[in-house]
Design a protein around this ligand. Structure first.
Ligand code: ATP
Ligand code: MG
Length: 447
């Protein structure tokens, strides 16, 4: 049974004010759908016959969010900004941007929405459902179905293909057979979508509170995985080096499930890590080098999807060190060398990933190995070991004072000193390091 939506009092208040001024007003979209499902609804959006200038006249505190497409933000008495959008109707639906015009009736507005489950309106004051496309019944039957002819609706906006897969995965709904057939046919056109829209959709899949594996499996089943992310498709069916039932892809998406939903970026890391594993398997390269490939491919994929450079960098730095960490029980020098490469700031994110990867293997198993590794790494960090050349007891000016001339050789010498110090932090004193430089890098100066 679906439940009656209960919008917050501010939505009543906005609706009442608009209706008192003579403008029919409804709540629409994802919040109505989620409320009918008995889930915690997200943003409550309103649709109204009032035009943007009317809305701005009626309410004191408004924000012109998207006046061109009829959206005004209205601050409710609760301080929350609600999006109030004028009823719209599509007049020309193909091409880069649909041409819309304002409409008189809620039914027109609902007709341009993508799926029946997203095309239900609820009247906050009258407590009335307006559901011309049978959305409530589809919610009850757990079905994703387009409003109108599926092939036409997908061709109008191919992003709807990905939205259908996301909603079906998120709610564990099935896709109605005609919709599914048209969806699979539309997959070959996904390349027309802008990189930004594909990226945002992917991050919505990964950021959903539910397990992203369901939607990602549907991406695979529909062919969208191969169309948009061939490097991920290439991990499907690749056996994992460790004895495990799942293939590389299956393990990667289950790992993403095991990362908390508010860490969508780490969920993406869990998925991308599989690319490196599959590539290492294919090339017969040791598993500990898989991170290098994962890092390289993540840069390509994320660049293609126009992620910010800082995020691309953060991802590749993380992935490069997922698989090369010491095994629990390793000595402190092994940890220092790894922490020096990976950067101590990445330990917590990497531990979350390792934990997720173990959970994906066996959900019921506790995670002693990653937890132990984390404790051991923390213990080493508490000794404040020198981890980069800036922590060395001598620097470039000391080399100059010794009579060496500045140049690229300086960083080679400092890097070599760091290697020694990582093995043996006790030698990180001025005297010992100067002595090392003299004896090993200044031939003829000693003895
Ligand atoms: P969520 O916010 O949980 O992802 P939602 O249904 O609220 O789901 P939004 O992207 O916020 O999705 O869009 C709000 C509403 O606008 C949808 O419920 C749907 O009715 C309509 N809509 C959004 N994108 C499209 C689209 N590409 N084609 C047709 N209608 C759409
Ligand atoms: Mg929404």
């Amino acid at each position: 049974m679906t439940r009656a939506p209960q919008p917050p009092p501010a939505v009543h208040w906005i609706t009442e004010r608009l209706e008192a001024a003579g403008y029919e007003t409804w709540t629409v979209g994802g919040a109505v759908r989620d409320a009918l499902l008995g889930l915690h609804p997200g943003d409550w959006d309103l649709a109204t016959r009032a035009h943007p200038q009317d809305v701005r006249r009626i309410f004191r505190r408004t924000v012109p969010i998207g006046i061109d497409h009829g959206t005004v933000g209205v601050a409710g008495p609760d301080g929350v900004l609600y999006e109030v959008t004028t009823f719209r109707r599509d007049v020309e639906t193909f091409g880069r941007r649909a041409v819309v015009e304002f409409a008189e009736q809620i039914e027109d507005d609902l007709a341009r929405r993508d799926f029946t489950i997203n095309a239900v309106a609820w009247h906050a004051v009258r407590g009335e459902l307006r559901d011309p496309f049978g959305g409530a019944a589809d919610l009850e039957a757990a079905i994703v179905r387009t409003v109108g002819d599926p092939a036409t609706r997908f061709a109008e906006d191919f992003l709807r293909v990905l939205r259908a897969l996301r909603f079906a995965g998120h709610f564990r709904f099935s896709v109605e057979p005609h919709t599914w057939r048209a969806l699979c046919d539309a997959v070959e056109h996904l390349s027309v979508l802008s990189a930004e829209r594909v990226r945002d959709e992917l991050m919505k899949v990964l950021g959903a509170a539910a397990r992203p594996s369901a939607a990602l499996a549907l991406y695979g089943a529909a062919g969208a995985l191969g169309a948009l992310f061939p490097e991920l498709e290439a991990t499907v069916g690749v056996p994992r080096p460790a004895n495990s039932a799942a293939d590389v892809w299956g393990h990667a998406v289950l790992s993403a499930d095991a990362v908390p939903p508010w860490r969508a970026f780490l969920r993406l890391a869990a998925v991308l890590a599989g690319i490196g594993v599959a590539e290492a398997v294919r090339r017969g390269i040791p598993a500990r080098d898989a991170g290098v490939f994962a890092a390289r491919r993540s840069v390509e994929l994320m660049t293609r999807l126009r992620f910010a450079n800082t995020e691309i960098r953060r991802m590749s730095d993380l992935l490069a060190h997922v698989y090369d960490a010491p095994a629990a029980g390793a000595d402190a020098a092994a940890y220092r060398r790894w922490l020096s490469r990976a950067g101590p700031g990445r330990l917590n994110d990497l531990t979350r990933l390792w934990v997720a990867q173990v959970r994906a293997e066996a959900p019921e198993r506790r995670t002693p190995e990653p937890a132990r590794r984390w404790r051991e790494a923390r213990r080493v960090l508490r000794t404040n070991p020198p981890l980069h050349t800036g922590n060395l007891a001598i620097g470039g000016h000391d080399l100059i004072a010794l009579g060496l001339s500045p140049g690229p050789r300086f960083s080679e010498i400092l890097a070599a000193l760091l290697e020694r110090v990582l093995d043996e932090p006790g030698i990180n004193t001025r005297e010992r390091l100067l002595e090392l430089v003299r004896s090993e890098y200044m031939p003829g100066s000693v003895g």
